[in-house]
Design a protein around this ligand. Structure first.
Ligand code: IYT
Ligand code: CU
Ligand code: CU
Length: 315
């Protein structure tokens, strides 16, 4: 009917024998309350395939952000579900593939770079999460089919895209305390990666999040952003690689001003998170699609962090 936006086209459209596109869209939803998080799962192509481009389709008046994850087991078998808190997006560990946020530029993958998906990538489903911010635009009873088109190819790509996630698991922010830093660092011990985009994530108390490569004692910026700005993937600072023996480090700066209780790392908006995501590419010969670092950085190491990492970004 007129209030439905279900696509009548097939979910997979071939443009030539190798290239096809996959539609990842909400199925005519109409969230009733503001700040609803809806998730939907889509089986991945069975055979190996590479995502080479993401084309967002989002209603600017209602969609606050969209995230695309890959995982083995979605948190629900329903056609769509509320994934604000429980049951969340996935049963197992999810890996983030794409982020769209209102008023942020879209992420482009460099040429010859693709995210590998399909059964032997260890992921069987895409899970699309959409945060509907202001739902007043739904008073006219229209339905929403926001989401993305994935441009895919079955042709092996020279470089594989991946995500390196730095996250703090033990930060505590004391009420009223002006500054708390969450410092994370790990030695990098694998084949070279080439960061090309980064994303920061905290909740309300985060002021600035910065990520660095440390080589021979020299700190080089990968990216720095206010987590209060749209949490999309932004282009990385400069062309640099990370190789065996380097250290990857990140700092989140929080303030406890205005809080009357201790804030811990956790899933609700009263909790906090400290995340720095690096999107990189890697030679496909020895590609690792997902890495993470949860080690607390040493005081000694962080004595040398550039001053910019502690300067809040005004928003
Ligand atoms: C405790 C925490 O910091 N959670 C983050 C990072 C995280 C992301 C993924 C942890 C795991 C994941 O599988 I993907 I385990 C967190 O939840 N970040 C949110 C979203 O979940 C992605 C964010 O917006 O960055
Ligand atoms: Cu949002
Ligand atoms: Cu969070």
């Amino acid at each position: 009917g007129p209030s439905s936006c279900e696509s009548r086209t097939q979910q997979q459209v071939f443009t030539n024998p190798h290239n096809f596109s996959v539609e990842i869209r909400m199925n005519s939803v109409a969230p009733a309350v503001s700040d609803t998080y809806l998730c939907m799962a889509f089986p991945m192509p069975t055979r190996d395939a590479y995502i080479v481009d993401f084309i967002p389709h989002a209603s600017m008046d209602t969609v606050h952000h969209m995230l695309l994850f890959g995982c083995q087991t979605p948190a629900s078998t329903r056609s769509n579900w509320d994934c604000g808190s429980v049951p969340g997006t996935c049963e197992d560990e999810a890996s983030i593939l794409y982020a769209w946020a209102r008023n942020a530029p879209p992420t482009k993958l460099p040429k010859d770079v693709g995210f590998k998906v399909g059964k032997d990538s260890g992921m069987s489903y895409f899970v699309l999460q959409i945060h509907y911010g202001d739902v007043s635009a739904f008073r006219d009873h229209h339905r929403d089919c926001s989401g993305l088109t994935l441009k895919m190819t079955s042709k092996p790509q020279p470089f594989i895209a991946g995500i390196y996630l730095l996250m703090s698991v033990d930060t505590i922010i004391l009420p009223g305390k002006r500054v708390t830093n969450a410092d994370i660092a790990c030695e990098y011990t694998s084949y070279p990666i080439y960061p090309f985009a980064f994303r920061t994530h905290t909740h309300h108390l985060g002021k600035v999040v910065s990520g660095y490569r440390i080589r021979d004692g020299k700190w080089s910026l990968i990216g720095r952003q206010s987590p209060q700005l749209p949490q999309a993937f932004y282009p990385a600072n400069e062309e640099l690689n990370v190789k065996n023996g380097d250290t990857i480090a990140a700092r989140c700066v929080f303030t406890g001003e205005g809080r009357t209780y201790k804030t811990y790392i956790g899933g609700t908006s009263e909790d906090e998170m400290c995340n720095f995501y690096i999107m990189y590419y890697m030679d496909s010969k020895h590609a690792i699609p997902y890495m993470s670092c949860i080690e607390t950085g040493s005081k000694q190491l962080f004595r040398h962090i550039p001053a910019e990492a502690s300067i809040p970004i005004r928003v």
